[in-house]
Design a protein around this ligand. Structure first.
Ligand code: AGP
Length: 611
């Protein structure tokens, strides 16, 4: 989730843009830059690292001019370096752009442009766009941008300036957000409302497929096909902090509701029919067919995502898979057979235990694939291959959207390995691919049932809020989800909870189940559905109060439970992406009911970079 800021008006653009970028720091970034047009020249300053490095770069010579664009980058393609920072210019430096999103077909476009003699200065997907604009330019920047984006596919917010048109900014929104702010004889543009609030509360939110021609006097808003758009402005009454949370009370809730976009972004450009394209994976089919063992190592939520991966890789691919906590693995003496693949899963890519565990397996000959959310993080330096989760900055310590993105990354890997190893035939691969493609919409529809699921979660939370021990149970993939649901609850509500395989209850824990003990069961896996119901009956017989997570069309479950949190039906293999959502909301509402901090829980850090 990159930050974008633009300005055109009578005042110097640089200070306004830098202030806007500062307001967007909360979105996370690893590099930043600014481009200002004046007297037929575009001046660009950019730097990897924090905004202070850009400030230093500007101190030497601040670009002067009354029109400009700025960017804070959260890398998805290409490590965070000065060259990869935005803005990007064409070879003649007559055009500069900033971009937030992913260009799916950038590889083909780059090949085309290189063949046409274009020189690239970065390894970002963004840079292809400025060369396309330069290609298409015949005196009208808006037309050049319109023609350029027609050649690109993906999700983007694109903002361009031209040296020859120093009074106009052109912006296009295709999924990634863009908002325009109106001042007195000046106009602002940003990727988020917080960056506008120092100047105006009179804003217009661009919608997908729209192009805005922005001058100091105001804007012309059109569809990409040129059809004029007449959109009402809105008055923003949020303060900056509320704006940073997108109007949500906490970052955690905002990030839960970002999951449809995150699941879509994690799939973007990686699924073509049943073909799986993993841009950061360098191995070929021969290696894929040679794999005899998969290791998965991680901590916390990432480990829970790996537990689901273990079920997936063993169940679907029939490859022996071991999911082991990194803090355990690093002090073991693991037997690493040849032809093994290690998945090290880490949102931050900086977790000390995970780095240590991953390196141990790598040193013993296992090929190391990092599944991480941070481009250029420490884990990626040790790894042979990387799959980025594209969840954007996750601010809340309690990980939510990164978890679902980690699941999607593993599904894509399983789909690819299954086909190359001949264990997934075309028909089954098509079913899995179709179900994956449907997930963003299903998560969206699930979250849109806010009255239902949010209300139910709030109601149940009020019932749970003073319980001391809450149990999460499930079998197979449902157990993997139960572990994550339990962690979410305990780490933000400070109530004790534990997850266990449903079949394990009778081997001891059942002794703790008494009248009213809350038991939360995840029951979506058809092949063990009845067995999980047996476990439900065991706890009900002891007076437990049971909440189930089950499919919409499950008509049996309410006979055995007190409450049901329902999810849309999908392949059982993919159900964790959906069944975790009500448990995330339940944890959130219990913590909220207890009046707790939520985004920064006591004793915890977002990334545990020490042992
Ligand atoms: C999860 O909500 C916690 N924040 C924590 O368990 C976290 O998942 C764990 O520390 C691993 O972090 P990582 O994914 O950055 O490696």
């Amino acid at each position: 989730m990159c930050g974008i800021m633009g300005y055109v008006g009578p005042r110097p653009a640089s200070p306004i843009i830098m202030q806007g970028l500062k307001r967007l720091e909360y979105r996370g970034y690893d590099s930043a830059g600014i481009a200002v047009a004046a007297d037929g020249v575009i001046q660009i300053r950019k730097a990897a690292g924090k905004l202070d490095r850009l400030v230093e770069a500007m101190a030497a010579s601040e670009p002067s001019g009354a029109i400009g664009i700025g960017h804070t980058r959260w890398a998805t393609h290409g490590p965070p370096t000065d060259a990869n920072a935005h803005p990007h210019a064409d070879t003649t430096e007559k055009f500069a752009i900033v971009h937030n999103g992913i260009i799916e077909n950038f590889f083909e476009l780059k090949e085309e442009l290189l063949a046409a003699g274009r020189e690239f200065t970065s390894d970002t997907d963004t840079e292809v766009l400025v060369h396309l604009i330069s290609d298409e330019y015949d005196g009208d920047l808006a037309e050049a941008v319109r023609r350029a984006v027609k050649r690109a596919t993906g999700a983007y917010a694109l903002v361009a300036v031209a040296a020859e048109q120093p009074d106009t900014i052109v912006a296009v929104r295709m999924i990634s957000p863009l908002v325009i702010g109106f001042g007195e004889g000046e106009t602002f543009l940003a990727s988020g409302i917080p960056a506008l609030l120092d100047h105006t509360r009179d804003v217009l939110v661009m919608e997908d497929g729209e192009l805005a021609i922005i001058t100091a006097e105001g804007i012309t808003l059109e569809k990409l096909d040129g059809t004029p758009v007449d959109r009402q402005h809105m008055k923003v009454d949020w303060d900056v902090e509320q704006a940073e949370k997108g109007g949500y009370p906490h970052f955690m809730l905002k990030e839960i509701f970002e999951q449809p976009r995150v699941v879509a972004d994690s799939l973007l450009g990686r699924l073509d029919g049943t073909d799986v394209i993993l841009e950061g994976v360098a191995w070929g089919p021969a290696f894929e067919q040679s794999i005899e063992k998969i290791w998965i190592t991680a901590c916390g939520t990432a480990f829970h995502a790996g537990l689901a991966g273990k079920e997936m890789f063993e169940g679907l691919l029939r490859i022996p898979t071991e999911a082991v906590y990194a803090h355990e693995l690093r002090y073991r003496d693991p037997i690493v057979e040849p032809n093994s693949l290690t998945l090290a899963i880490s949102q931050s890519g900086e977790t000390a235990d995970t780095l240590a565990g991953a390196r141990l397996l790598h040193e013993r000959g296992s090929r190391l694939l990092a599944i991480t959310n941070v481009v250029g993080s420490a884990l990626t330096h040790y790894s042979d291959d990387v799959i980025y989760t594209r969840a954007g900055l996750e601010i809340s310590v309690a990980s939510t959207k990164a978890y679902t993105a980690m699941l999607v990354a593993q599904y894509l890997l399983a789909l690819r390995l299954g086909q190359s190893r001949g264990v997934l035939d075309e028909a089954r691969a098509r079913k899995v691919a179709a179900a994956l493609e449907a997930l963003p919409g299903q998560v969206e529809s699930l979250l849109k049932r806010e009255e239902g699921i949010d209300e139910m979660a709030r109601f149940l939370a009020s019932k749970l809020a003073d319980e001391n021990d809450i149990y999460f149970i499930g079998r197979g993939l449902d157990y993997a989800v139960a572990t994550e649901g339990s962690l979410k609850l305990k780490e933000i509500s400070y109530l004790h909870s534990e997850a266990m395989p449903a079949g394990e209850l009778k081997h001891g824990t059942l002794a703790l189940i008494t009248e009213g003990t809350p038991v939360i069961v995840v029951n979506t896996q058809a092949h063990v559905y009845d067995k999980t119901v047996s476990a439900l009956q065991e706890v009900k017989a002891r007076g437990a109060s049971v909440i189930a997570v089950a499919y919409d069309d499950d008509t049996e479950i309410e006979h055995y439970t007190d409450h049901v949190l329902r999810i849309p039906r999908t392949l059982d293999l993919l159900s964790p992406v959906l069944s975790i959502v009500p448990l995330q909301l339940l944890a959130y509402h219990v913590a909220d009911a207890r009046g707790l901090e939520i985004d920064q829980p006591r004793n915890l850090a977002k990334s545990v970079t020490v042992e």
